[in-house]
Each structure stands twice: as structure tokens, then as C-alpha cells.
Design a protein around this ligand. Structure first.
Ligand SMILES: Cc1cc2nc3c(=O)[nH]c(=O)nc-3n(C[C@H](O)[C@H](O)[C@H](O)COP(=O)(O)OP(=O)(O)OC[C@H]3O[C@@H](n4cnc5c(N)ncnc54)[C@H](O)[C@@H]3O)c2cc1C
Length: 396
């Protein structure tokens, strides 16, 4: 192995480079990134950076001189435009040849049809700075989508005293991913902050002033509008490659793109084989990205990849941490473990187990970080309901 090319200079790209070096790879590494910025961290974009408690420098993952120390050549403000076995074309006309190519191109924020230029999305550092500047002088905010990014921005805006309306297509936020009851807790966080939440809402489009037109005939005009309806894997540059990219880049359980030698993928763009779900799964989560990069870096360098761990996601909103360990998809029922948010009590302190029949598949917590963490091993082991109840009793 003489040259590893990493496409996508974000979290997954940088962590892959670090893992290659920490596993002893001493060949050439190139890191190609479409943005002009060095790799930076995205979670603060909807949290500390948006709130103004951090400045832009603080989200940078590593200072410029660290790339020299890592022995990596960076190509910033440069987009990969095509891939063929062993080579990647760049938008400046150059072609890079490599023995292994790692795709870490993330997702692009999904937009509504005919979305006006002044309507915000939030995926990049520049998006966050633009939204922050807009909120600085706003008195009203409309958010399309009550996902985690929408909820975090709503929380931030409520802290600023801004009037917030959140429009959600489903009956409750996260109804499909977490079920109605847990989604209901997310909805309560929004409503208890003073935000207006409208669910089951269809968006028809925008009028000439940029106001939102709803399917029920209503019109929502706000000083600032944010569309937070998820992301699409950034794989346009592989469209002529012959690789099926309709579900993200489908990989085996070690990040090798299926059926393609020398091509790997990590992070939001990658759908790795999941033994537990018995299908490929794509997760847009920070921890997942870091762990996949560690596996791929080790595998390419000939090191020992770390063992798979339990999927984890967190979100900071309305003064508390929402956390999820595990895979909620196969859950058939849930059990309250701590707190009484599901009975109408405070959301803070509520911990809920998600089970497939009597087997624990995931645990969700709301402002209960220490307790939730105690269930991580049980989720990983697929513990039965008896063990879960014993744990709940011991932590009561
Ligand atoms: C606002 C926000 C808040 C978040 N908060 C949380 C959180 O609280 N908890 C959590 O678990 N996760 C959170 N996440 C998700 C987490 O940040 C992502 O899972 C993580 O950034 C994924 O890393 P990545 O390397 O796959 O993609 P990215 O970090 O998106 O990096 C991909 C990079 O590739 C570049 N690129 C794309 N196409 C090309 C191309 N053709 N050529 C070259 N470069 C290209 C992009 O410009 C980008 O810089 C949040 C994400 C956002 C946007």
C-alpha cells in the first residue's frame, strides 16, 4: 500500500487519516475536501456556535500544522468529481491515483422544492454562521422538521426569546424512529419551552415573500425560516461509477464497499452491514463515524480493528441531553425504567427501554446521562427483561 486517498475532509476523513497513522501506515495520504475549511466538528453548529458561546475557530478539529505532523497532503476547496478503480478525478482537472480510496463525503442538507435562497438549512460551518447572524436580529423563526437539528435550533432560539413555530410532517417528532410515546417526550420538550409545534403538517411551498404555504391553506411568515428535514448522502460524484448508491455506499461490516476492491466508506455516507439488524444500516451519528474511521484506518494499515460497539447518539436541547444507545428499529414495545415522563411527569430524568419482545434493543434517556450509560452493556448483550428490571431496581 503506497497511497491512501481520503475523499471528504470532515470528521470521518480526518479520523481515518489518524487511524491509518496510529496503526503504523507510513505511506502517502491525501485528504480531499470540498469546503475551504480544515476538518471541523458539526455538533456545535447547532449548539455552542449557534448560541455564540463558541467562535468559529473552536470547532476546528485540528490546527493546520497537525496535518504536517500527520504527513497528509490536504486538497481543500477541491471536489472529487469521478471515481474509477484506483483513481479519482478532481474539479481542478487533476487526477489522483491511489491503492485505496476512502469515501467520507457525508450528507448534504435536504431542501424543499423551489426553496428560496434566503431560507436556511444547517449542515456546514458557513450555514451555522449565517443562521446565527439571522437569529441575532430576528423576533420570529419557522422551522420545517422537528428532528434533532430542528429541536436544537428551536431550543437556541427560545433562549434568545424568539417566537418559534415548528412544523412537523409526522404525528409526533421521531414517530417512525422512536415510536409515538418517546416522540411525544421530544414534542413536550419543544412545547414546554414555549415553541409552537404543529404536527401532521404538509408543506406546499413558498409564496413570493418567502413565507411557507401549508397544505391546509395556512401561511407561516417568520423573520427567519429553517428547513431541517435531514440529509442525502453526497454521492453525486459516483453517479457514473456503476456503483449502486441509492441507499448510500453499501459496505461489509468492516467498511469495504460491496463488490469493489480498494474502495471503503465511513460516516454518514456509508451503509455498513449490521449483523444485528441483518441488513446494511446508515447512521448519521458522530460516534458511529469516529468508530467506523478507526476500523477502516486499522484495516487498511493491517492493524487490528477495534471491536464493534453499541450505536450511540446524543442531542443537547432545552437544557438537557437526549441520548439513545442501541438500535430502536426492531423494537416492538417499550418499558419505563426511570422517571415518569411517560406518565405526564417531568421529561427530565426519564429513561425508557426499547424491547423486541423481551429483549432489550435500545435505551433512551432524557437528562439522565449517568443512568442511561449503565444500560449500554445490557443493550450490547441483548439482555432479557429480567436483567433490565434488576438494573432499574439497583439504580432506583
Ligand atoms: C448541525 C449538526 C449537529 C449535529 N449534532 C450531532 C449530535 O449532537 N450528536 C451526534 O451524534 N451527531 C450529530 N451530528 C452528526 C455528525 O456531525 C455527523 O454524523 C458527522 O459529522 C459525520 O461525519 P462525516 O465525516 O461522515 O461527514 P461530514 O462531517 O459531513 O464531512 C463530509 C465532508 O465531505 C465533503 N465532501 C462532500 N462531497 C465531497 C466531494 N465530492 N469531494 C470532496 N469533499 C466532499 C463535505 O464538504 C464535508 O466537508 C450533527 C450534524 C449536524 C450537521
Amino acid at each position: 500500500m503506497r497511497h491512501v486517498l481520503v475523499v471528504g475532509a470532515g470528521l470521518g476523513g480526518l479520523r481515518t487519516v489518524e487511524a491509518l497513522r496510529s496503526n503504523g501506515y507510513d505511506g502517502r495520504i491525501s485528504l480531499v475536501g470540498a469546503e475551504e475549511h480544515l476538518p471541523y466538528d458539526r455538533p456545535p453548529l447547532s449548539k455552542q456556535l449557534l448560541a455564540g458561546t463558541w467562535d468559529a475557530d473552536r470547532v476546528t478539529l485540528r490546527a493546520a500544522d497537525a496535518y504536517d505532523d500527520l504527513g497528509v497532503r490536504t486538497y481543500l476547496d477541491t471536489r472529487a468529481t469521478a471515481w474509477q478503480p484506483g483513481r479519482v478525478e478532481l474539479d481542478d482537472g487533476a487526477t489522483l491515483h491511489a491503492d485505496a480510496v476512502v469515501v467520507a463525503t457525508g450528507v448534504v442538507a435536504r431542501r424543499l422544492p423551489d426553496q428560496p435562497a434566503g431560507v436556511h438549512t444547517l449542515r456546514t460551518l458557513d450555514d451555522s454562521l449565517a443562521l446565527r447572524a439571522a437569529l441575532d436580529t430576528a423576533s420570529s423563526l419557522a422551522i420545517v422538521g422537528a428532528g434533532f437539528v430542528g429541536a436544537e435550533v428551536a431550543a437556541n432560539a427560545r433562549e434568545r426569546g424568539i417566537d418559534v413555530t415548528v412544523l412537523e410532517a409526522l404525528s409526533v417528532p421521531f414517530a417512525r424512529a422512536l415510536g409515538e410515546e418517546l416522540g411525544g417526550l421530544c414534542a413536550r420538550l419543544l412545547v414546554e419551552s414555549g415553541a409552537r409545534l404543529r404536527t401532521g403538517v404538509g408543506i406546499e411551498g413558498f409564496d413570493d415573500s418567502g413565507a411557507l404555504l401549508l397544505a391546509d391553506g395556512d401561511r407561516i411568515a417568520a423573520d427567519v425560516t429553517l428547513v431541517g428535514i435531514g440529509g442525502e448522502p453526497r454521492l453525486d460524484w459516483l453517479s457514473d461509477s456503476g456503483i449502486d448508491v441509492t441507499r448510500g455506499l453499501v459496505c461489509d461490516a468492516r467498511g469495504r464497499v460491496e463488490g469493489v476492491d480498494g474502495l471503503w466508506a465511513v460516516g454518514d455516507v456509508a451503509a455498513w452491514w449490521d449483523d444485528v439488524l441483518d441488513r446494511p444500516a446508515r447512521r448519521e451519528h458522530w460516534t458511529n463515524t469516529v468508530e467506523q474511521a478507526a476500523v477502516v484506518g486499522a484495516a487498511i494499515a493491517g492493524g487490528e480493528p477495534p471491536a464493534a460497539s453499541v450505536p450511540y447518539f446524543w442531542s443537547d436541547q432545552f437544557g438537557l441531553k437526549v441520548q439513545l444507545f442501541g438500535r430502536p428499529e426492531p423494537a416492538t414495545r417499550h418499558v419505563p425504567l426511570h422517571g415518569d415522563g411517560l406518565d405526564g411527569g417531568p421529561v427530565k430524568g426519564t429513561v425508557v427501554g426499547l424491547l423486541r419482545d423481551d429483549t432489550l434493543v435500545a435505551v433512551a434517556g432524557f437528562g439522565a446521562a449517568r443512568r442511561v450509560a449503565r444500560y449500554r452493556a445490557l443493550v450490547g448483550a441483548g439482555a432479557g427483561i429480567g436483567e433490565v428490571e434488576d438494573m432499574a431496581a439497583s439504580l432506583a
